[in-house]
Design a protein around this ligand. Structure first.
Ligand SMILES: [Zn+2]
Ligand SMILES: [Zn+2]
Length: 258
């Protein structure tokens, strides 16, 4: 399985920078997990392939350019863009984003070929299909309804925490998989900002270190994501100090394979 964290910021020469302001993972060039930078960082081949997007929660950094992505493709779509989310999240997207004020309600619109956007409600227990992948969603502990994801292509298994603070169900599901190749885990704030991390339900390196003790799998790659750009260097230093084997920070733009 090929996983890429799309970049969200570019320098004056157009090169991707390491700061991660928006969240969008791309799996096998065709399935997106969240859609923060989907309209700004896909190459044209990826743009022609991605029609399945899983939205873990409706925070802006995870959906910022989803409306623009559908808008860009609008006249050319021969099949709808499928947005997979829990029914709670779908309701919030319809109420707060695709509401004719912030942007058009694409789920009501058709082009010459048919509907341009389709919601697919996902269960919060049990497996569902997304393109060639099997996905399990598990509610995590964030300030809006949010799911973590376990995803397999039948050979490799990866897990995405999405945005969360301390949680148990997700780890139960992760520990229940027979094999785990990679875990993408959030580490948003430096230890000095523990109070803000707590009220906004995110991890610091310190709280993440404690949380990872719930993980019974050993040996998989653990990639930290969602580092607040202003504090990136401090968070990286504090993650290093945890001395957890195979824990690294995921680089936006880089292609990872399992
Ligand atoms: Zn969030
Ligand atoms: Zn976020």
């Amino acid at each position: 399985m090929k996983v890429q964290l799309l970049p969200s910021t570019f320098d004056a020469q157009g090169r991707a920078t390491l700061e991660q302001r928006l969240t969008c993972f791309l799996i096998d060039d065709c399935v997106a997990v969240d859609a923060g930078s989907i309209a700004i960082a896909l190459d044209s081949e990826q743009r022609s392939k991605v029609r399945d997007i899983i939205v873990t929660h409706p925070h802006m950094d995870h959906i910022a350019s989803l409306p623009i992505f559908i808008d860009d493709l609008y006249p050319t779509l021969k099949q709808p863009v499928r947005v997979y989310a829990t029914s709670e999240v779908i309701e919030l997207l319809e109420r707060d984003v695709f509401n004719w004020n912030v942007y058009p309600r694409f789920s009501d619109l058709k082009n010459d070929y048919g509907p341009v956007m389709e919601y697919i409600p996902i269960p919060t227990s049990g497996e569902f299909d997304v393109a060639h992948l099997k996905v399990t969603a598990v509610a995590v502990n964030h300030i809006v309804p949010t799911v973590g994801l376990l995803i397999t292509d039948g050979q490799s298994h990866v897990a995405f925490s999405s945005d969360t603070a301390e949680t148990d169900e997700f780890w139960k599901a992760v520990n229940g998989t027979r094999q785990l190749d990679a875990l993408f885990i959030e580490a948003s704030f430096p230890n000095e900002m523990a109070k803000l991390a707590e009220v906004s339900r995110h991890f610091t390196p310190s709280s993440l270190g404690k949380e990872l003790q719930k993980l019974t799998h050993n040996g998989m790659d653990i990639l930290a994501v969602h580092l607040k750009p202003t504090h990136r260097d401090t968070i990286i230093r504090q993650l290093d100090e945890l001395n957890i084997p195979k824990l690294a920070v995921m680089n936006p733009g880089e292609i990872y394979n399992w």
